[in-house]
Design a protein around this ligand. Sequence first.
Ligand code: CO8
Length: 258
Amino acid sequence: MSVVSYKQENFIGIITIERPEALNALNSQVLDELNSTFANIDLETTRVVLLTGSGTKSFVAGADISEMSTLNKVEGAKFSNKGNEVFRKIEIFPLPVIAVVNGFALGGGCELAMSCDFRVCSENAVFGQPEVGLGITPGFGGTQRLARLIGLGKAKEMIYTANAIKADEALNIGLVNHVYPQEALMEEAIKLAGKIAKNAPFAVRACKKAINQGIDTDMDRAIIIEEKLFGECFATEDQKVGMKAFLEKIKGVEFKNK
Ligand code: CO8
């Protein structure tokens, strides 16, 4: 039985992790299916991806503890590598990926959300890295991405104490961009995705590339990355369409991803 579903409408792809009996915990099957789902997304007809969990209680309550409990040292590192490979693919996926956090985002769940471009969540969302309470470190990028997102001191406190935080605090520290009532979450996420999908796809993808690649390098190299991608936009039809529409005061331009 499949544990990851995918649907696509109006340029927006929605991936849902479907293991409600385990609060959508990440076992090997989920990781494999996430991998193949992203690999099969049609980049011509899709402009934004939303990633969520099934139900109203949990986004992802972590890596699957029952699967991890019997691992040895080598197997532990291998499982960590498996997750890291999938999460890194999500992070550098050509399209923006928004985590729609509909409840618990703990351990691997928080890490999965952090591998997305940004996060929106429901009022009942809870974020945390409880790993040290289980005798392990975060293993799907948590020790790296949390500090980059919320700063070293706050990340260290969250990871060392294993304290979970609620949606309002996640908003305060910039871990999520918006908090919505549970019943409005997906609708609001789709609205947000729709705003992105209206813009020139090549330009949006180039922005993601420039931001991701630039953040990992010094400013001198980073601005060269931007210059190159900026230049490439001028080889697209959408740049011509977009600027012509502005100059001719035409509203509601439709970009063709060309
Ligand atoms: N793994 C496996 N099963 C889980 C997990 C999980 N992470 N989380 C919940 N479940 C299962 C429960 O076992 C339970 O199953 P059952 O009904 O068969 O007993 C079912 O989901 C419902 O859960 P609860 O009854 O516990 O629901 P509650 O509402 O009482 O509690 C909580 C919800 C607070 C979310 C609680 O389930 C919980 O604490 N879960 C574990 C959270 C956690 O510690 N997550 C981090 C896991 S470690 C991790 O993610 C490391 C990532 C890096 C891995 C690196 C690889 C080496």
